[in-house]
Write a protein that binds this ligand. Sequence first.
Ligand SMILES: CC(C)(COP(=O)(O)OP(=O)(O)OC[C@H]1O[C@@H](n2cnc3c(N)ncnc32)[C@H](O)[C@@H]1OP(=O)(O)O)[C@@H](O)C(=O)NCCC(=O)NCCS
Length: 153
Amino acid sequence: MSESLVTIRAARPEDIGAMAGLLEELAVVDEDFRTETSARLRGLSMMLENHGGRVILVADERGRIVGMCSAQLFVSLAEGGPVAMVENLVVARSGRGVGIGSSLLKAAEAWAAASGAKGLQIVVDAGNIPSLEFLMKNGWRRTERLRVSRTIA
Ligand SMILES: CC(C)(COP(=O)(O)OP(=O)(O)OC[C@H]1O[C@@H](n2cnc3c(N)ncnc32)[C@H](O)[C@@H]1OP(=O)(O)O)[C@@H](O)C(=O)NCCC(=O)NCCS
C-alpha cells in the first residue's frame, strides 16, 4: 500500500461497517474496545448524526477505508478554551508504516486548529508502547496524568 494513493476525508454513513472493522483491530491493543460490536456501531452513528464539535476522519484508498480517527471538542477551564480529544486512531494492519497514521493525526490537528482548539489530547493504553513512540515521532509529548473512569449505565 502506498500513502500517496490515500485520501483523508470526513467519514460518511456508508463507511460505518468498515470503521467498525477497524475498531476490532483497535481492540487488540486497547482493552476499552473489547465491547459489543453493537455498541461501537451505535457510537459511530451518533458521531455522524451530529457534526457539532466532532469529526470522524477516514483514510480512503480508492474506496477502501484503511484507517480512521475521531476528534471531539471540550472546553478546558485550565486552557481557557476548547481542546480536541482525539480517539479511535487506527490504521489497518496491512497499511501500517507508510505514513497513513501520521496523515490522520495531521488532519485531526488541522480540524482542531480550524475549530479554534488550543491543543489536542489523546488517551493511550499504558502498555501500548509502539503507539507512544508513534505519537512522540509526530511531536506529541507524554504527560503524567492517568485517566480514571467509572461506568454508570
Ligand atoms: C499507531 C498507528 C496508528 C500508527 O500508524 P501508521 O500509519 O503505522 O504510522 P506512520 O506510518 O504514520 O508512522 C509515523 C512514524 O511513527 C513510527 N511508528 C509507527 N508505528 C510504530 C511502531 N509500532 N513502533 C515504533 N514506531 C512506530 C514510524 O516509524 C514513523 O516514523 P518515521 O517517520 O521516523 O519513519 C498504527 O500502528 C495502528 O493502527 N496501531 C494500532 C492501533 C493503535 O495502537 N492505536 C493507538 C494510536 S495512539
